[in-house]
Design a protein around this ligand. Structure first.
Ligand code: HEC
Length: 446
């Protein structure tokens, strides 16, 4: 602190107050110019969807005011009483700073497993900040995140070592259950490869699943396992063991693949390279013997060379006698969508239950015009209570409730979704990315 004061006074003498704020080498300026501008500003800049979503413009001089002592937009972080950057200093300041949670690569496993509602790590993907940059930001926050003054040694920035996530390794076979293995497969340079692969599970009876593990090679955007709705006409089921691409090389969508998606029933999935999801004791998901599992992999390759994708999934089963409750998958879909051109529209639809129902997991599904998706309890003593919120159509959080949320007969869940339609035409329900959807997926038991 003393050092910082002295520097300020010297600068004050030589150049006056105004100049201190812009002092070339202040620690904050270094963060702005050497860390935020090159690593963050291409996304976090006014006008982008990311700016709208994150509320952060990190490209220019205002970045300090956008972060320091500002509440996060992320609801879960806000509920945890974090600010983006705290000025409390020391360990406390660090632990109250959402920014540190978002960039601290070394705590990634904790971030992914304990704070799955905190969004992605920044920058997204595997391009973490260097150790020097992390140490520099950390020291700055520990010093109370001042806007002026040199409080961290610039030399720290020369440490260009980078955190490396634990390497991909195949999962061992589950003791009881099945293993699925997709790939290895190629992802062309500068291409988003998304495809489906329908796998025959050869089941003779329904199985009960109480844990799902997924392990993927780096670069995956998401991986989802789908079953099919019970009413799916057999003629509309895909063929086994064929890769059904979603996109042409030109980027256009392939209609025949879109058609196979309309009867999908979400079974399990993740946006993280690793997932280990366990249902509460005594509860298991039913895997219907009538269908196989449609594996859906989406890899994004932003490099100039071919990338290799690969996914292992372990589906752990338990015997029927070991479970008290069968978790059923559901989807609540509002298909009566009509979004007028050049308007922001909010739609509501309540889905009531006819028996007492306990919801263990929910997550929303919509396309890119969705700005906000809220789920409230409708009726009963908890009427109006929000159980789900997201403004992220692309990576909606998958929320787990333990204990589950109990909804009594006659009560329900109210879906409230807001869309912004900037186009000149009315947007309706549909499967292409320019159509919209309003769906809540999840599982429940009675
Ligand atoms: C590829 C685009 C991209 C880059 C690069 C990127 N971000 Fe983000 N950032 C996002 C998106 C999208 C969100 C909102 C979703 C989320 O939190 O995961 C976000 C959210 C955030 C938030 C949370 C804001 C809030 O209030 O909820 C912080 C803090 C943040 N970014 C900091 C950074 C920093 C610091 C960097 C650079 C080291 C960076 N981001 C680089 C896309 C990006």
């Amino acid at each position: 602190m003393k050092y910082y004061l002295q520097v300020s006074i010297l600068l004050f003498i030589f150049s006056g107050c105004e100049e201190i704020e812009k002092s070339e080498n202040s620690s904050w300026n270094l963060i702005q110019e050497q860390i935020l501008a090159p690593n963050c500003a291409n996304c976090h800049i006014t006008g982008t969807a990311i700016y709208k979503q994150s509320g952060l413009d990190l490209s220019g001089g205002n970045a300090y005011n956008e972060m320091v002592n500002v509440l996060p937009k992320n609801i879960s972080a806000k509920d945890d009483e974090l600010v983006i950057v705290s000025t409390e200093g020391g360990m406390k300041g660090l632990s109250k700073s959402f920014l540190w949670e978002k960039i601290n690569a070394y705590d990634r496993e904790h971030f992914l497993s304990d704070h799955s509602e905190y969004g992605q790590m920044m920058p997204p993907g595997e391009n973490f900040l260097t150790d020097g940059q992390l140490q520099f930001v950390r020291s700055w926050i520990e010093a109370g995140a001042p806007e002026t003054g040199i409080i961290v040694d610039e030399k720290i920035l020369t440490d260009s070592n980078r955190y490396k996530p634990a390497p991909f390794k195949p999962l061992p076979q589950p003791k009881e259950g099945f293993q699925l293995h997709l790939g290895p497969f190629e992802v062309q340079p500068n291409f988003e490869r998304e495809f489906f692969h329908y796998t025959n599970m050869n089941l003779t009876a329904d199985m009960y699943v109480n844990r799902v593990e997924i392990e993927m090679r780096p670069g995956s955007h998401h991986f989802i396992l789908y079953s099919f709705l019970s009413e799916t006409p057999p003629s509309d089921l895909p063929n086994y063991d064929e890769d059904r691409e979603l996109r042409l090389n030109s980027g256009g969508l392939i209609l025949s693949t879109l058609r196979t998606m309309q009867y999908h029933q979400f079974f399990a999935g993740t946006q993280w390279p690793r997932l280990d999801y366990k249902l509460p004791p005594g509860v298991a998901l039913r895997l219907p013997s009538k269908f196989g599992l449609d594996q859906n992999s989406h890899y994004v390759n932003r490099t100039d060379s071919t990338m290799i994708g690969e996914v292992f999934t372990n589906i752990h089963t338990v015997s029927e006698s070991a479970i008290q409750h069968v978790a059923e998958l559901f989807s609540m879909s509002n298909q009566e969508l009509s979004l007028p051109p050049k308007k922001v529209t909010t739609l509501q639809r309540t889905f009531r239950v006819k028996e007492n129902t306990r919801f263990g997991q929910v997550f929303s599904h919509a396309h890119e015009k969705m700005k906000e998706f809220i789920v409230e309890i409708d009726g009963g003593p908890r009427d109006g209570e929000v159980i789900y919120w997201t403004d992220d159509w692309e990576h909606p959080p998958i929320l787990n409730f333990d204990p589950p949320i109990e909804i009594a007969n006659g009560q329900g869940l109210k879906l409230i979704a807001t869309y912004d339609n900037p186009t000149d035409y009315t947007v309706r329900f549909g499967f292409s990315s320019t159509d919209e959807m309003m769906i809540l997926f999840g599982w429940y038991y009675k």
